[in-house]
Design a binder for this molecule. Structure first.
Ligand SMILES: NC(=O)c1ccc[n+]([C@@H]2O[C@H](COP(=O)([O-])OP(=O)(O)OC[C@H]3O[C@@H](n4cnc5c(N)ncnc54)[C@H](O)[C@@H]3O)[C@@H](O)[C@H]2O)c1
Length: 362
């Protein structure tokens, strides 16, 4: 399957989504005149599980690897700087192609690194997680974290190409797969009720990695992300709907020091809180919320929140508001497949929503 994402300032790029597509990598790159050398940025886990497939796909080409530690902490100044050093030491010039080979962390880190070195090198995204194939590899947002705020240092930097091969997900640990389901469920709520219908009846098939269902799911998320970012690449309006589940999700990540929860897990909890808020405000149908709740529970993305306290989450929300200067807005469903932005939700409602998820048992 081939998609095209028309980007700001006409930096349009192709997204090739194909089971086993990695095997055609060399031919695809050459057809796009991306002849290398290739500078592959990956993390330790992805390297271990998947580098042989990439080595085979690039056989005969000029390529080298830079491996970073896995996890959110690698979206740091330190790893960004190491990548700049690596590119410099290896003599990367304008012909260089940076390949981001990994999940959302690698996509954001390698993408930001490519965007800054020599004012921008060619970037190819090869996403290897469910989250990055269905969401983060598309849309040109790249970033590292500031110690005070997530994704604070970044840019909009379009890749030349995204090559998404769902067969790479076969080595993804079950927990990471479930976390990715969090973002995929989001697409059902914001734009495509059929995603939720499929998950309602087949989530076990998806979780046991049935090729047909997994491929179908990602292939439904990609065009939604494309449509949203084509209309509003710079997040001045429509793109904000992608933040469904993210207001409280980000606060949960921050309150737990980015260690306890995966991003998709935090979003899954955040979607529960947002759904609950929508019901409390009589904006959405309670049966629909019940269906969503069941899907989220069965996705396995609700990683236990442990001893997390309401106060810590509220503090994180306030902190985020202060640091980013943004008001506390929530993306809430008005119908399944349609969301709206609700501005300045009062403190007591937010506190009640946080209380709801902290007490949630399944
Ligand atoms: N730029 C965007 O638009 C955007 C959108 C959503 C999320 N994000 C970012 O994405 C990040 C989360 O991404 P993620 O969930 O993909 O996490 P991740 O990149 O940390 O990957 C999850 C884990 O799976 C391992 N892994 C990845 N692919 C594997 C494979 N095929 N086989 C074995 N192990 C594999 C990784 O080593 C890591 O330990 C967050 O930093 C978030 O902010 C960015």
């Amino acid at each position: 399957m081939e998609f095209t994402c028309k980007a700001f300032s006409d930096r349009t790029y192709k997204i090739l989504f194909e089971w086993g597509g990695l095997r055609r990598l060399r031919a695809i790159l050459e057809s796009e005149k991306l002849n290398g050398p290739y500078f592959i940025i990956t993390d330790k886990n992805v390297y271990k599980s998947q580098h042989r497939n990439l080595d085979d796909a690039l056989q005969g080409a000029d390529f080298c690897y830079h491996i970073v530690p896995p996890g959110e902490n690698s979206k740091s100044f330190k790893e960004w700087r190491r990548i700049q050093n690596f590119l410099l030491e290896r003599g990367a010039d304008r012909r260089a192609v940076v390949i981001a080979f990994g999940g959302g962390v690698i996509g954001d880190l390698a993408g930001f690194s490519a965007s800054t070195y020599m004012r921008g090198l060619n970037l190819v995204q090869i996403p290897t997680t469910l989250l990055s194939q269905s969401d983060s590899s598309i849309g040109a947002k790249v970033a590292i974290n500031h110690p005070e705020a997530k994704n604070m240092i970044g840019s909009f930097y379009q890749p030349r190409l995204v090559i998404s091969d769902p067969s790479l997900l076969q080595t993804l640990p079950a927990r990471e797969f479930s976390a990715g389901l969090g973002e995929a469920i989001k697409y059902g709520v914001i734009a495509d009720p059929e995603i939720l219908e499929m998950l309602r009846y087949n989530i076990e098939h998806v979780r046991s990695f049935n090729q047909e269902y997994v491929t179908w799911l990602i292939s439904r998320c990609i065009p939604i992300k494309i449509r949203v970012v084509e209309e509003d690449e710079r997040e001045t309006g429509l793109r904000k709907i992608l933040n469904f589940g993210h207001t409280i999700g980000h606060a949960l990540e921050q309150a737990t020091g980015y260690q306890l929860l995966r991003h998709g897990e935090a979003v899954a909890w955040g979607m529960l809180a947002a759904g609950w808020l929508a019901i409390r405000r009589n904006m959405w149908n309670a049966d629909e919320f019940e269906k969503l709740k069941l899907i989220i529970v069965r996705s396995g993305a609700l990683y236990p929140l442990g001893a997390l306290k309401s106060r810590d989450v509220i503090d994180a929300l306030k902190h985020d508001k202060k640091k980013t200067g943004k008001s506390l807005n929530f993306v809430l469903p008005e119908a399944t497949g349609k969301v709206t932005i609700v501005r300045d939700v009062p403190q007591d409602e937010v506190r009640a929503a946080v209380g709801y998820i902290l007490k949630f048992r399944h």
